[in-house]
Design a protein around this ligand. Sequence first.
Ligand SMILES: [Zn+2]
Ligand SMILES: [Zn+2]
Length: 303
Amino acid sequence: MSFSLTVIGSGSGAPLPGRFTSAQVLNVHERFVLIDCGEGTQINLRRFGINFNRIGLILISHLHGDHYLGLPGLLNTFHLLGRQKELHIAGHRKLKDFIDYIFSMAGFIPSYPIHFHNIDALQPGEEIEFDEYKVSTFPLTHRIPASGFRITERPRMEKIRKAFIEKYQPEYEQVRAVLRGEPYIGPDGNEIPRDLIVIPPAPPRSYAYVSDTVFIRSIIPYIQGVDLLYHEATYDKTLQLSATEKMHATSVDAATIAVEAGVKKLLIGHFSSRYRTPDLLLSEARHIFPETLAAEDGQIISL
Ligand SMILES: [Zn+2]
Ligand SMILES: [Zn+2]
């Protein structure tokens, strides 16, 4: 069961060849969530082989251009491709006005239904439920309203042990009953302990996305223990003052949050275009949190 992240754009500000602005795709059991949609996102989605029709949900963290200016083009392309499948979009209230506006300017109704989730109306940590995963949002501190996201897969099924099947040769209906949680009674009339019947599922995997924000500890309860945390690291530590002024984070901020939230892995990105490579930011972060990766367009991280 896949749970993997593809980085679509890892930069900030304006798109550059090889480093587009913010966008990522999380694959949860072959259902795709697009997180942010900077300019040119649809070009990189094609380049990295992402099937447009599998995108069922788009999350937009905030309305700075480097996080959503690719959305009009992508929604238009979905329409041109004759998409029928419902699309969920979650973002701040004004995003809905923007989407309505772009379609009204063209004078058409999209070929597919759009279901909009206004994240301003959600309580921090409140979940939106989907078939394969659930999404919660939490407030960041940036120059305009901005939100982080946590995406958690639904618990996976228990598996029946081969040894149990071979020993007791249960009927199909009995196996289904066991998987529904019912007890299994052996031929001697005694209940067979459940751990002899099933292999418990691995714990649900989770991913958290934090961009853009200043260093802010109040997000920690919402991202605690995730398998992968993406945290923006626009600047290196020598630019801490300017980061705080512009309401962005440094590599040290991102790594400190990763340590304090007890996450398993950290991915940094949203690099300022002043850095030709993210090497400096990566080494600063790894000094504090060794399990850090620097985002690159096209990179895939499987969890
Ligand atoms: Zn940004
Ligand atoms: Zn921003």
